[in-house]
Design a protein. Structure first.
Length: 430
């Protein structure tokens, strides 16, 4: 059994969950996480000075530490072309090429790709500053609410859903006027889809091979009852009751296969994770968005439920041959609840010491954490910790996560108390 030295790039809860799963593999000789956070040292060696977008520094680190495989956690290095940078180097990279990463880097590219391959999604049109008036007129032909998406990466803040037409028309002008910088140089306007969302994750080897990972549902709004502004995610549950065999068969035939095959047909090298943000419209799946990496906080429920060796899967994908490597799922439900800084997703303070209670059966993934000058673990971001638990039922998993959260304390700590409640209702558990 050959072992691999692995470098994982990223610093959030997603990377903590990936690091934990990688570290459990007997195939992992040594794991480095860069830049990591205050919790990633539990799974490997944290390299706080190494930045995911500094490709030259990463190349030197790879050579100095005999790295066999780079696993890219977040989207920025992928969209910037890290796969292409290392394509002729003696190291495997898990992720798509720069051209393929446009599935997330450009909403317009993604919509055109879906149109070319007859992948079901919302009707749309794309506008620029030069066609602002046409865009405002197009909005007037749609039914409220109105969905406006910055074409490029905007740190999760580039999607607006607005109920008032005049407000939507003004928002379009602001976006095209530079509200999100280069990211909103173009804006995609699309029809609003009504239904319930879920996240489907696929690992593909770029040659037609793929594995479907456990399905999850996340909760984006800051307030209970899905109120208030969007966040990076306040929690997640897995599995998802409405993503049953019939629904997932439709997803595989109508979305996954056309996506995987379409990438290959168009010569877009893709050896990594595909995140399908889907909506179930009366039993019919449609794509809301593509991401070219795992989601956060969904990774914190998906990775614990992956019963197979992650390193085997990552190496197979990166080498372009998943073969018969299994991706088995733990049947037990899992639930993740995120503890965030007070004020998030708006302005918030950092540097508050974190007091950890007993975690019981829960896994506490660090996200926005750091060490202060005295070596204490302190808050360092909006989303601070992700608490994940298994249960015999989803209700039990949620109960465990909330019990663990009660023992964690930091100033102005906030979390939603209704994660998974909608799924429990669908299951008839409440």
């Amino acid at each position: 059994m050959n072992q691999l030295n692995i470098l994982l790039l990223g610093s959030g809860g997603r990377e903590s969950a990936l690091a934990r799963k990688i570290s459990e593999s007997p195939r992992c000789a040594k794991l480095w996480i860069a830049p990591g956070n205050a919790g990633t040292g539990a799974y490997g060696t944290t390299v706080a000075s190494l930045k995911p977008l500094d490709f030259d520094a990463i190349k030197a680190f790879v050579a100095d530490n005999a790295i066999d495989m780079i696993v890219v956690g977040n989207e920025d290095p992928l969209v910037a072309g890290i796969y292409d940078y290392f394509e002729n180097e003696p190291v495997l990279v898990v992720g798509p090429s720069r051209a393929a990463a446009a599935l997330e880097g450009s909403k317009d590219f993604a919509k055109e790709f879906m149109a070319r391959h007859a992948i079901p999604t919302a009707a749309y049109r794309t506008f620029s500053a030069e066609t602002l008036r046409e865009g405002q007129e197009f909005l007037s032909t749609l039914q409220a609410p109105y969905v406006l998406k910055a074409d490029g990466l905007a740190a999760g803040k580039g999607v607006l859903i607005i109920s008032d037409l005049k407000e939507a028309q003004d928002a379009l002008a602001e976006m095209l006027g530079g509200q999100f910088g280069e990211s909103s140089r173009k804006v995609v306007i699309e029809e609003f889809l009504s239904g319930i969302e879920c996240s489907v994750f696929v690992l593909t080897d770029g040659n037609g091979g793929y594995r479907i990972l456990p399905v999850a549902k996340d909760y984006k709004r800051i307030g209970e009852g899905d109120t208030g502004p969007n966040t990076g995610g306040m929690g997640a549950v897995s599995p998802v009751v409405f993503a049953d065999r019939e629904f997932m068969d439709k997803v595989e035939q109508r979305i996954i296969l056309p996506t995987v095959n379409g990438l290959k047909q168009e010569g877009l090298t893709y050896r990594g994770f595909i995140f399908l943000g889907l909506i179930n419209c009366d039993g019919e799946p449609k794509v809301i968005e593509y991401n070219v990496r795992m989601g956060d906080p969904e990774t914190e429920v998906v990775m614990p439920r992956l019963a197979s060796d992650l390193v085997d899967l990552l190496e197979g994908a990166a080498r372009g041959d998943l073969g018969d490597i299994p991706a088995e799922h733990d049947p037990r439900p899992a639930a993740t609840v995120i503890a965030v800084s007070g004020g998030y997703p708006g302005d918030y303070a950092k540097g508050y010491p974190i007091e950890f209670g007993a975690d019981g059966d829960s896994i506490v993934f660090h996200a926005g954490t750091a060490f202060d000058a005295d070596g204490r673990v302190v808050t360092a971001g909006g989303r601070v910790l992700a608490v994940t638990s298994f249960g015999d039922t989803l209700a039990q998993a949620l109960e465990k996560s909330y019990a663990t959260l009660k023992g964690i304390k930091f100033q102005d700590m906030n979390y939603r108390r209704d994660i998974g409640r909608d799924v429990l209702k669908l299951m008839g558990e409440i």
